[in-house]
Each structure stands twice: as structure tokens, then as C-alpha cells.
Design a protein around this ligand. Sequence first.
Ligand code: GRF
Length: 196
Amino acid sequence: MKRIGVLISGGGTNLQALIDKQGTVIKSGKIVCVCSNSASAYGLERAKKSGIPTRVIRKNADCGGDAEEFSRRICEYMKEMQVDIIVLAGFMAIFSGELLREYSNRIINIHPSLIPSFCGKGMYGLKVHEAALGYGVKVTGATVHLVNEVVDGGRILLQKAVNVQDGDTPETLQRRVMEEAEWIILPQAVEMVCSQ
Ligand code: GRF
């Protein structure tokens, strides 16, 4: 049974999908901790409700704004919890260095578009859906990929398409992409990696 560490920054709906699918879709892994870079992330409440240990590690308040120290502190906590696989579930910070080295090919990210469209530096959250609507695409979706040193650049594990509907706003599109794609393929991809 692989030990899973989940990194979050906000609402944690992807974390909730992982929690809910443990034992059914996710059979080869178990969430052993949740780490947030924001103390106000509602995802922390979701973890606590499920009895999962949590830790807040903030780049500025706890690490003096230093990216390497931020990475090191997260890596230290993952090792302390003996984590095998790290999942970025709505994690909005970029890290580098030690975490990438220590967990090479063992960090999974969910991105709310069909990579290589609408991804890369600065493309996260609602901005992704604003760009998709701005371009006028008829189909978008979500991608789960391994994390490497290139933002949204690692090997693609799973993708799922979602139709754009007339009258969609970034908010309605984001919700549909989460419901119809993210919350489905992230647990599936986590099981793929845990069962390897
Ligand atoms: C959402 O924009 C989602 O598309 C992306 O991260 C954001 C927050 O997700 N993956 P969550 O509700 O915190 O999981």
C-alpha cells in the first residue's frame, strides 16, 4: 500500500475526490497527510474531517519567501510522514529543487485543460478557463501529468474532454471541468501510479 501525501492551496475539491475514492478507485494507496501553503485552505477542514494529519507550510511566513527553503520544508514533512507518492490537488505554488529531486517521477499534478493547450507559467485556476473561452474552443477538459522542472511539462498520464456550452462563464466551465473530468481522472491516475 503506497503512502500518499496531498498538497493543496484552496477549496480541496480534488482532495475530497481522492478521499471519497479510497478503497474503490484508489486501492493501492492511502492518503497519510495533507500539506497546504495557505492556513485558510478549506481543504484542511476536509482532511481533518477524515482524520488525515495536516501541516501548513507557507513560502513567505514560514520560509522567508525562499523557494528552495519552501521546497525543502515540504520535502522534510513528506519524508517525516514516509510518503511514497505526492499529489498536487489544486496546489498553486511552484516549487523546485529538493522536492523534485527526492520525488522524481513520483509527483502527480492535475491541470484544468487539455495540455498542451492553456498551460504553463501563470496558467492556473480560473485563468485557464478564461483563456479557453477567450480562444473560443468547443472542447476543453483536464490533464493529469507527472511533475518535472518544466511547469505543466511532465509525462501525461490521463486526459478527459469536456464540452464548452453556449453561455459558459469561467466559473460554470471550471465547475463542469472539475465535476466531469478532474474528480474522475485524478483518482484513476493516482491508482495507476500507486499500483506500478
Ligand atoms: C481548480 O481551478 C482546479 O481546476 C485546479 O485547482 C483549482 C482548485 O481545485 N486543479 P481544488 O478545489 O482546490 O481541488
